[in-house]
Write a protein that binds this ligand. Structure first.
Ligand code: DP6
Length: 320
């Protein structure tokens, strides 16, 4: 007998970043993080539990051996005795370019797998499962503003995304300046582990993260764009500084990345409160008031060529 489930999940962008693991096997973070789930961008995953054979199709083509193994290994965690499964997943935005595609991918996969297998698991348990696939995915189960605490338990059951405020809590925009839609040269997992092992700045990064998280959380609760913007830029620059100090260094930025960052600073000098963050890729994401989003998008287009305005988005969900 086969059962099919279809799940939708939106990517999230971290405002206070996750970069480093306290337990690589369980994928537990060294620090807590804070994120905003986005609208428009989404992953849709159709999972058939009980298929003729294991098969993974990503973006309309057969997955590479490595990608298929990562997906199938994840399904083994859902049920060690599972039947063959077919996974058909696609994104409506660039994949693996530092636009958080793994966050929506594993959130959708976890939700679809639990539903298709007929298991009864709470959303928190599904978020723990999603974390095993990719850390940031634990935050995409929820819409809006999400906290992922570091957690204290060795088994990681207290380290999963949790809602801070829903998507309608605060009407802001995140404008994505697209420098490159191509895959990033160094994946997040490899980049993090290398940074932990070789960057002399890593200890300071970990030590100072909890304070950033407290400031970020309060700024979201207070809807204080300046306070959130300042801590979010600080967290992003500090994360990149930490990986730039690795040996050999990891640098995701391109010349256009710097141009976009300069455009954001010019906007601020002109009185527009706009604040940047960058992930494991060259793209720049800018948080601003909704009324300022068109001006921010225009400035980013001038700097990098392409910009998209996104609003806070909703939680991952199953389609009927
Ligand atoms: C820079 O969640 O992709 O986007 O857990 O190793 O799969 P793994 O890493 P991943 O890393 C995200 C890193 C980041 C910051 C963030 O999203 O918090």
């Amino acid at each position: 007998m086969s059962t099919t489930a279809t799940a939708i999940a939106h990517p999230n962008i971290a405002l206070v970043k996750y970069w480093g693991k306290r337990d690589a096997a369980l994928n537990l973070p060294a620090t807590g993080s804070l994120s905003l789930t986005l609208d428009v961008y989404r992953t849709r995953t159709i999972l058939t539990w009980g298929a003729p054979r294991d098969r993974v199709v990503l973006g309309g083509t057969e997955a590479s051996a490595a990608d298929a193994a990562r997906v199938l290994h994840f399904l083994d965690r859902v049920d060690g005795d599972r039947p063959p499964c077919e996974v058909v997943s696609e994104n409506n935005f660039p994949t693996a370019a530092g636009l958080a595609s793994s966050s929506s991918a594993f959130a959708a996969l976890a939700l679809a797998a639990v539903a298709a297998s007929g298991q009864q698991r709470s959303l928190e348990e599904i978020a723990v499962l999603a974390r095993r696939g990719s850390g940031s995915a634990t935050r995409s189960l929820w819409g809006g503003w999400v906290i992922w605490p570091r957690g204290e338990r060795p088994d990681g059951t207290d380290s999963h995304g949790a809602p801070l405020a829903p998507e309608d809590h605060w009407d802001v925009r995140l404008v994505v300046g697209l420098v490159s839609a191509g895959p990033k040269p160094v994946g997040s997992t490899v980049g993090m582990v290398h940074t932990e092992r070789t960057s002399p700045l890593y200890a300071g990064w970990v030590e100072s993260a909890e304070a950033d998280l407290l400031v970020g959380r309060q700024a979201v609760v207070d809807r204080d764009l300046r306070a959130l913007g300042e801590i979010m830029e600080h967290s992003a620059y500090k994360m990149h500084a930490t990986m730039l100090a690795a040996r050999p260094h990891i640098r995701y930025w391109r010349p256009e990345t710097i141009r976009a960052l300069e455009a954001v600073e010019s906007l601020r000098k002109a009185g527009v409160p706009a604040y940047a963050t960058m992930d494991a890729g060259p793209n720049v994401k800018v948080l601003c008031d909704t009324a300022d989003a068109p001006a921010v998008a225009e400035a980013l287009r001038g700097a990098v060529g392409d910009a998209t305005i996104l609003a806070p988005g909703g939680p991952a969900h199953l389609l009927p």
